[in-house]
Design a binder for this molecule. Structure first.
Ligand code: AMP
Ligand code: FE
Ligand code: FE
Ligand code: ZN
Length: 285
Protein backbone atom coordinates (compact mmCIF):
# COMPACT_ATOMS: atom_id res chain seq x y z
CA UNK A 1 0.00 0.00 0.00
CA UNK A 2 1.24 3.41 -0.86
CA UNK A 3 2.51 5.37 2.04
CA UNK A 4 0.40 8.36 2.83
CA UNK A 5 2.19 11.64 2.34
CA UNK A 6 2.78 13.33 5.65
CA UNK A 7 1.31 16.70 5.13
CA UNK A 8 1.03 19.38 7.74
CA UNK A 9 -2.50 20.58 8.23
CA UNK A 10 -2.47 24.30 7.50
CA UNK A 11 -3.09 25.90 10.88
CA UNK A 12 -6.23 27.98 10.97
CA UNK A 13 -5.32 31.37 12.32
CA UNK A 14 -7.29 32.38 15.41
CA UNK A 15 -9.75 35.25 15.41
CA UNK A 16 -9.96 38.34 17.57
CA UNK A 17 -12.77 40.80 18.39
CA UNK A 18 -11.26 44.13 19.45
CA UNK A 19 -14.42 46.14 20.12
CA UNK A 20 -16.73 44.92 22.90
CA UNK A 21 -18.79 46.52 25.68
CA UNK A 22 -19.75 45.27 29.15
CA UNK A 23 -21.86 46.42 32.09
CA UNK A 24 -19.03 48.87 32.89
CA UNK A 25 -20.48 51.04 30.11
CA UNK A 26 -23.55 50.37 27.98
CA UNK A 27 -23.15 46.63 27.44
CA UNK A 28 -25.51 44.03 28.87
CA UNK A 29 -23.00 41.31 29.86
CA UNK A 30 -20.62 41.31 32.81
CA UNK A 31 -16.92 40.95 31.94
CA UNK A 32 -17.07 37.30 33.04
CA UNK A 33 -20.12 36.56 30.88
CA UNK A 34 -18.59 38.32 27.88
CA UNK A 35 -15.27 36.45 28.06
CA UNK A 36 -17.12 33.15 28.44
CA UNK A 37 -19.19 33.99 25.39
CA UNK A 38 -16.04 34.88 23.43
CA UNK A 39 -14.58 31.51 24.36
CA UNK A 40 -17.76 29.71 23.28
CA UNK A 41 -17.60 31.54 19.94
CA UNK A 42 -14.01 30.32 19.44
CA UNK A 43 -12.34 33.72 19.77
CA UNK A 44 -8.69 33.60 20.85
CA UNK A 45 -8.18 37.24 21.71
CA UNK A 46 -10.49 40.11 22.66
CA UNK A 47 -10.34 43.73 23.73
CA UNK A 48 -13.04 45.13 25.99
CA UNK A 49 -13.52 48.76 25.00
CA UNK A 50 -15.99 50.29 27.42
CA UNK A 51 -16.81 53.99 27.10
CA UNK A 52 -14.69 55.99 29.58
CA UNK A 53 -14.20 52.97 31.88
CA UNK A 54 -11.49 50.35 32.46
CA UNK A 55 -13.32 48.65 35.35
CA UNK A 56 -14.02 45.48 33.37
CA UNK A 57 -10.43 44.69 32.55
CA UNK A 58 -9.26 42.95 35.72
CA UNK A 59 -12.19 40.53 35.96
CA UNK A 60 -12.01 39.93 32.20
CA UNK A 61 -8.29 39.12 32.34
CA UNK A 62 -8.85 36.64 35.17
CA UNK A 63 -11.71 34.92 33.35
CA UNK A 64 -9.64 35.01 30.17
CA UNK A 65 -6.84 33.10 31.87
CA UNK A 66 -9.14 30.30 32.94
CA UNK A 67 -10.79 30.04 29.49
CA UNK A 68 -7.65 30.52 27.39
CA UNK A 69 -8.82 33.81 25.86
CA UNK A 70 -6.31 36.65 25.67
CA UNK A 71 -7.77 39.92 27.00
CA UNK A 72 -6.05 43.08 25.78
CA UNK A 73 -6.64 46.32 27.67
CA UNK A 74 -9.07 48.48 25.72
CA UNK A 75 -11.10 51.68 26.01
CA UNK A 76 -13.39 53.84 23.84
CA UNK A 77 -13.16 57.61 24.24
CA UNK A 78 -15.38 60.24 22.61
CA UNK A 79 -13.69 63.35 21.24
CA UNK A 80 -14.93 66.53 19.62
CA UNK A 81 -13.59 66.94 16.09
CA UNK A 82 -14.94 70.09 14.42
CA UNK A 83 -18.63 69.86 15.25
CA UNK A 84 -18.56 66.07 15.28
CA UNK A 85 -18.51 63.41 17.94
CA UNK A 86 -15.75 60.99 16.98
CA UNK A 87 -14.75 57.83 18.86
CA UNK A 88 -11.17 56.77 19.55
CA UNK A 89 -10.27 53.23 20.59
CA UNK A 90 -7.23 52.64 22.80
CA UNK A 91 -5.32 49.37 23.12
CA UNK A 92 -2.41 47.97 25.14
CA UNK A 93 -2.22 50.91 27.58
CA UNK A 94 -1.56 50.56 31.31
CA UNK A 95 -5.05 50.52 32.89
CA UNK A 96 -3.64 51.49 36.30
CA UNK A 97 -2.03 54.72 35.03
CA UNK A 98 -2.96 57.51 37.47
CA UNK A 99 -3.41 60.28 34.91
CA UNK A 100 -5.61 58.04 32.77
CA UNK A 101 -7.81 57.13 35.74
CA UNK A 102 -8.15 60.81 36.68
CA UNK A 103 -9.29 61.68 33.15
CA UNK A 104 -11.80 58.81 33.14
CA UNK A 105 -13.22 60.01 36.48
CA UNK A 106 -13.78 63.45 35.01
CA UNK A 107 -15.41 62.02 31.86
CA UNK A 108 -17.78 59.89 33.96
CA UNK A 109 -18.72 62.74 36.31
CA UNK A 110 -19.50 64.88 33.25
CA UNK A 111 -21.63 62.03 31.83
CA UNK A 112 -23.67 62.05 35.03
CA UNK A 113 -24.24 65.81 34.85
CA UNK A 114 -25.29 65.44 31.25
CA UNK A 115 -27.75 62.64 32.11
CA UNK A 116 -29.30 64.97 34.71
CA UNK A 117 -29.71 67.69 32.06
CA UNK A 118 -31.26 65.25 29.57
CA UNK A 119 -33.74 64.05 32.21
CA UNK A 120 -34.67 67.71 32.94
CA UNK A 121 -35.22 68.36 29.22
CA UNK A 122 -37.39 65.25 28.93
CA UNK A 123 -39.46 66.29 31.96
CA UNK A 124 -39.95 69.74 30.38
CA UNK A 125 -41.57 68.11 27.36
CA UNK A 126 -43.75 66.02 29.69
CA UNK A 127 -41.83 62.75 29.55
CA UNK A 128 -41.93 61.66 33.19
CA UNK A 129 -38.59 59.84 33.43
CA UNK A 130 -36.51 60.01 36.61
CA UNK A 131 -32.73 60.11 37.03
CA UNK A 132 -33.05 57.08 39.33
CA UNK A 133 -34.63 55.04 36.55
CA UNK A 134 -31.70 55.96 34.28
CA UNK A 135 -29.09 55.19 36.94
CA UNK A 136 -30.72 51.83 37.61
CA UNK A 137 -30.09 50.98 33.95
CA UNK A 138 -26.49 52.18 34.14
CA UNK A 139 -25.65 50.27 37.34
CA UNK A 140 -21.87 50.45 37.85
CA UNK A 141 -21.26 51.56 34.26
CA UNK A 142 -20.52 55.00 32.77
CA UNK A 143 -23.96 56.47 32.16
CA UNK A 144 -24.88 57.29 28.57
CA UNK A 145 -27.77 57.83 26.23
CA UNK A 146 -28.25 54.06 25.72
CA UNK A 147 -29.23 53.84 29.43
CA UNK A 148 -31.70 56.70 28.98
CA UNK A 149 -33.18 54.89 25.95
CA UNK A 150 -33.45 51.68 28.00
CA UNK A 151 -35.13 53.51 30.91
CA UNK A 152 -37.65 55.14 28.53
CA UNK A 153 -38.38 51.73 27.05
CA UNK A 154 -38.71 50.09 30.46
CA UNK A 155 -41.19 52.77 31.59
CA UNK A 156 -43.23 52.42 28.40
CA UNK A 157 -42.36 55.97 27.33
CA UNK A 158 -41.02 54.95 23.93
CA UNK A 159 -42.02 52.25 21.47
CA UNK A 160 -38.44 51.09 20.93
CA UNK A 161 -34.80 51.74 21.83
CA UNK A 162 -34.16 53.38 18.45
CA UNK A 163 -37.32 55.48 18.62
CA UNK A 164 -35.98 57.05 21.83
CA UNK A 165 -33.02 58.40 19.85
CA UNK A 166 -35.09 59.53 16.90
CA UNK A 167 -37.82 61.24 18.93
CA UNK A 168 -35.92 62.53 21.95
CA UNK A 169 -32.22 62.06 22.62
CA UNK A 170 -30.59 61.79 19.19
CA UNK A 171 -28.49 64.69 17.93
CA UNK A 172 -31.53 66.50 16.52
CA UNK A 173 -33.89 65.51 19.31
CA UNK A 174 -35.50 67.99 21.75
CA UNK A 175 -33.71 66.44 24.77
CA UNK A 176 -30.26 66.18 23.17
CA UNK A 177 -27.41 67.40 25.27
CA UNK A 178 -23.76 67.57 24.28
CA UNK A 179 -21.22 65.64 26.28
CA UNK A 180 -18.01 67.13 27.67
CA UNK A 181 -15.26 65.86 25.40
CA UNK A 182 -11.59 66.56 24.81
CA UNK A 183 -9.94 67.10 21.42
CA UNK A 184 -8.52 64.20 19.35
CA UNK A 185 -4.98 65.48 20.13
CA UNK A 186 -5.59 65.40 23.87
CA UNK A 187 -7.08 61.89 23.77
CA UNK A 188 -4.24 60.58 21.58
CA UNK A 189 -1.65 62.21 23.88
CA UNK A 190 -3.31 60.66 26.94
CA UNK A 191 -3.39 57.17 25.39
CA UNK A 192 0.21 57.43 24.29
CA UNK A 193 1.30 58.69 27.74
CA UNK A 194 0.07 55.45 29.30
CA UNK A 195 1.72 53.25 26.68
CA UNK A 196 -1.25 52.63 24.37
CA UNK A 197 -2.14 52.81 20.69
CA UNK A 198 -4.96 55.03 19.33
CA UNK A 199 -7.37 53.95 16.61
CA UNK A 200 -10.13 55.85 14.87
CA UNK A 201 -13.31 53.88 15.68
CA UNK A 202 -15.93 53.10 13.01
CA UNK A 203 -15.21 56.01 10.62
CA UNK A 204 -18.11 54.71 8.51
CA UNK A 205 -19.30 56.82 5.63
CA UNK A 206 -19.06 60.13 7.36
CA UNK A 207 -15.35 60.74 7.65
CA UNK A 208 -14.02 62.56 4.61
CA UNK A 209 -10.52 61.94 3.28
CA UNK A 210 -9.42 65.39 4.49
CA UNK A 211 -10.73 64.63 7.99
CA UNK A 212 -8.96 61.26 7.96
CA UNK A 213 -5.65 62.86 6.99
CA UNK A 214 -6.07 65.49 9.67
CA UNK A 215 -6.61 62.80 12.34
CA UNK A 216 -3.65 60.78 11.04
CA UNK A 217 -1.49 63.89 11.36
CA UNK A 218 -2.73 64.33 14.90
CA UNK A 219 -1.08 61.00 15.74
CA UNK A 220 -3.50 58.12 15.18
CA UNK A 221 -1.79 54.72 15.13
CA UNK A 222 -4.52 53.00 13.20
CA UNK A 223 -8.07 52.74 11.90
CA UNK A 224 -10.88 50.35 12.80
CA UNK A 225 -11.38 48.63 9.43
CA UNK A 226 -13.79 45.83 10.37
CA UNK A 227 -17.04 47.04 11.97
CA UNK A 228 -20.75 46.24 11.42
CA UNK A 229 -21.26 49.70 9.89
CA UNK A 230 -18.62 49.05 7.17
CA UNK A 231 -19.52 47.04 4.08
CA UNK A 232 -16.84 45.20 2.07
CA UNK A 233 -15.94 48.21 -0.05
CA UNK A 234 -15.61 50.49 3.01
CA UNK A 235 -13.32 47.90 4.58
CA UNK A 236 -11.20 47.79 1.43
CA UNK A 237 -11.05 51.58 1.35
CA UNK A 238 -9.88 51.88 4.97
CA UNK A 239 -7.43 49.00 4.53
CA UNK A 240 -5.96 50.98 1.63
CA UNK A 241 -5.59 54.07 3.80
CA UNK A 242 -3.96 51.97 6.54
CA UNK A 243 -1.40 50.60 4.07
CA UNK A 244 -0.75 53.92 2.42
CA UNK A 245 0.10 55.68 5.68
CA UNK A 246 1.84 52.74 7.41
CA UNK A 247 -0.90 52.57 10.01
CA UNK A 248 -2.29 49.57 11.89
CA UNK A 249 -5.69 48.00 11.37
CA UNK A 250 -8.23 46.99 13.99
CA UNK A 251 -11.70 45.54 13.99
CA UNK A 252 -14.53 44.04 15.96
CA UNK A 253 -18.27 43.71 16.48
CA UNK A 254 -18.97 46.71 18.79
CA UNK A 255 -21.23 44.21 20.55
CA UNK A 256 -23.36 45.59 23.40
CA UNK A 257 -25.98 42.85 23.85
CA UNK A 258 -29.35 43.27 25.57
CA UNK A 259 -31.90 45.67 24.12
CA UNK A 260 -29.55 46.74 21.35
CA UNK A 261 -30.39 43.47 19.56
CA UNK A 262 -26.94 43.07 18.07
CA UNK A 263 -26.42 39.36 18.78
CA UNK A 264 -25.95 38.75 15.06
CA UNK A 265 -22.68 40.71 15.23
CA UNK A 266 -20.97 38.61 17.90
CA UNK A 267 -18.32 36.42 16.28
CA UNK A 268 -19.21 37.79 12.83
CA UNK A 269 -16.97 40.88 12.85
CA UNK A 270 -13.48 39.72 13.67
CA UNK A 271 -9.86 40.20 12.64
CA UNK A 272 -7.13 37.56 12.34
CA UNK A 273 -4.66 37.28 15.21
CA UNK A 274 -1.82 38.75 13.15
CA UNK A 275 -3.60 42.10 13.50
CA UNK A 276 -3.03 41.89 17.26
CA UNK A 277 0.57 40.80 16.70
CA UNK A 278 1.17 43.82 14.46
CA UNK A 279 0.02 46.10 17.29
CA UNK A 280 2.33 44.35 19.72
CA UNK A 281 5.32 44.61 17.39
CA UNK A 282 4.69 48.30 16.80
CA UNK A 283 4.82 48.86 20.55
CA UNK A 284 7.40 46.37 21.70
CA UNK A 285 9.43 45.72 18.55
P1 AMP B 1 -23.34 58.69 24.47
O1 AMP B 1 -21.90 58.28 24.58
O2 AMP B 1 -24.01 58.74 25.79
O3 AMP B 1 -23.54 59.92 23.65
O4 AMP B 1 -24.09 57.50 23.69
C1 AMP B 1 -23.64 57.16 22.42
C2 AMP B 1 -24.12 55.78 22.08
O5 AMP B 1 -25.53 55.82 21.85
C3 AMP B 1 -23.51 55.26 20.79
O6 AMP B 1 -22.30 54.58 21.03
C4 AMP B 1 -24.58 54.32 20.28
O7 AMP B 1 -24.44 53.04 20.91
C5 AMP B 1 -25.88 54.95 20.80
N1 AMP B 1 -26.55 55.74 19.76
C6 AMP B 1 -26.25 57.00 19.34
N2 AMP B 1 -27.11 57.42 18.38
C7 AMP B 1 -28.00 56.41 18.21
C8 AMP B 1 -29.13 56.22 17.36
N3 AMP B 1 -29.55 57.17 16.52
N4 AMP B 1 -29.81 55.04 17.44
C9 AMP B 1 -29.39 54.10 18.31
N5 AMP B 1 -28.34 54.20 19.12
C10 AMP B 1 -27.64 55.34 19.07
FE1 FE C 1 -21.80 52.08 23.26
FE1 FE D 1 -18.37 53.99 19.21
ZN1 ZN E 1 -18.28 50.96 20.89
Amino acid sequence: MEEREQRETPSVEGRADLHLHTTFSDGALTPHELVKRAHDAGLKSIAITDHDHVGALEEAAETGKSFGVEVISGLELSVTFGDRDVHILAYFFDPTDKTLLEYLDVFRRERLRRAEKIVEKLNKINIPITLDAVLEQAGEGSVGRPHIANALLEEGLTGSYHEAFIKYIGQNGPAYEKKFQVSPEEAIRLISSCGGLSFLAHPGKYTSEAELLDLIKKGLDGIEVVHPSHNESRQEYYRGVVNQYFLLESGGSDFHGGKKNDDYAFGAFVVPLHVVEAMRSRLFG
